[in-house]
Design a protein around this ligand. Structure first.
Ligand code: HEC
Length: 161
């Protein structure tokens, strides 16, 4: 009798394990995070021009003739918060060389990258690819909107040289 009980308990345990296992396999829910861009089988050349505005709060940046006063303000911020990782030439340092950046990327993309690199690396295909190539994350430097706009002006000036 004792033996019989044991084996029936064992049988039901096995039964429930199988059910649990099947349930666990079937209950994979699709990712609900809509901020991530699905994988695409497109080879991304990070040196090439991209029309993408990136991911973030800057969806439309209107450009006019370069404002030298703004560019000067941008230069000062760049010197303290960006030169640790970026050169203004094409040479890679920690991050990519920023020469030509304003023709490779849209103003919106650049400002989104400067103000929220974490989101860009997670959700923008180009920023993601850059990170995969370099394997160092771009640091969030707590750059404000105006500061980011000033840096953009400085980068435009650098590219106009
Ligand atoms: C700790 C190092 C570091 C600092 C500081 C840093 N960056 Fe970066 N940056 C990177 C890296 C690394 C990448 C490449 C993408 C990645 O891995 O996230 C990058 C990417 C970029 C890109 C895109 C480059 C391209 O070719 O598309 C721009 C623009 C940029 N950074 C601007 C800035 C600006 C402006 C600042 C200063 C506010 C700054 N970064 C501060 C490391 C840094």
């Amino acid at each position: 009798m004792k033996n019989l009980n044991f084996s029936s308990t064992f049988r039901s345990l096995t039964f429930y394990s199988v059910i649990f296992f099947l349930h666990a396999c079937g209950s994979k829910t699709p990712p609900t995070d809509t901020s991530t861009v699905p994988e695409v089988n497109v080879v991304i050349d990070t040196k090439a021009h991209s029309d993408s505005k990136g991911v973030g709060k800057f969806t439309e940046v209107k450009l006019e003739a370069i404002d030298p006063a703004r560019a000067d303000l941008g230069k000062a911020v760049f010197a303290t918060k960006c030169t640790t990782c970026h050169k203004l030439t094409a040479d890679k340092f920690v991050g990519p060389g920023l020469a030509g950046i304003t023709s490779r990327r849209t103003p919106e993309w650049i400002m989104n990258m400067i103000t929220n690199p974490e989101l860009m690396m997670k959700s923008d295909p180009v920023a993601k690819k850059l990170f995969e190539e370099i394997l160092t994350p771009m640091a969030n430097q707590n750059i404000g909107d105006e500061e980011a706009r000033n840096i953009l002006e400085y980068l435009r000036q650098n590219d106009n040289k």
